[in-house]
Ligand binder design. Sequence first.
Ligand code: PGA
Length: 252
Amino acid sequence: MAGARRPLVAGNWKMNGFRSSVAELAKTIEGFDGALAGRIDLLVCPPATLIAEFAERARGSKVAIGAQDCHPKPSGAHTGDLSAEMLRDAGAAAVIVGHSERRADHGESNALVRAKAEAAWRAGLLAIVCVGETRAEREAGRTLAVVAEQLKGSVPDGANPANLVVAYEPVWAIGTGLTPTVSDVAEVHGVIRRELAARLGEAAAGTRVLYGGSVKPENARELLHAGDVDGALVGGASLKAEDFLKIAAAYR
Ligand code: PGA
């Protein structure tokens, strides 16, 4: 089954990077060689200020460019926000929605995340929907229930392998250097796959589920080959092309 899903390694640059960072993107593009590019998808999600420039640099390469968030509406009086259509116009092919930093910093609910995923589809973007438990939720033994609940509330009807990627990111593993065990990752991914199957039927078997949270060159091979893991959403280690490529090389 997993063999039918093409792995995706996605970099989430968060609030990092300047126009000079295009040099780092160039290194990623140059280092993503033919054999690996034939097997996996590589996506870089810079801050919105850099999407157009990155998309221009990546044009004609095997590296795609994505965004980190979008507004649910296509246009209008929403100062400071960006619509999925604008991101698409700037050259994005995908958008991350419901990242835990947005859920925490901006109080984003499952319903809002779902509306953002729908907006992504309306604009023709791949929606990468993030879910994951906090440390307190894990310690209370609520991980599987929390993840299932977020998934149910955040994934719109009509999801399919071409428009949806799910990213499982335990909040306590993000930016901390801590990671769940391989068997914990496999357990949660198994539950996500079952929940998707209940919702989407056969489409669930082809839908990619990424792991995210302190993925580094040193642990990528182990984490990315855990059961039902179809790639990674990488934060800190995606900022350096060398590290990002080493993570992708887990699929070599
Ligand atoms: P990290 O972030 O790799 O720096 O832990 C992952 C993410 O938040 O997507």
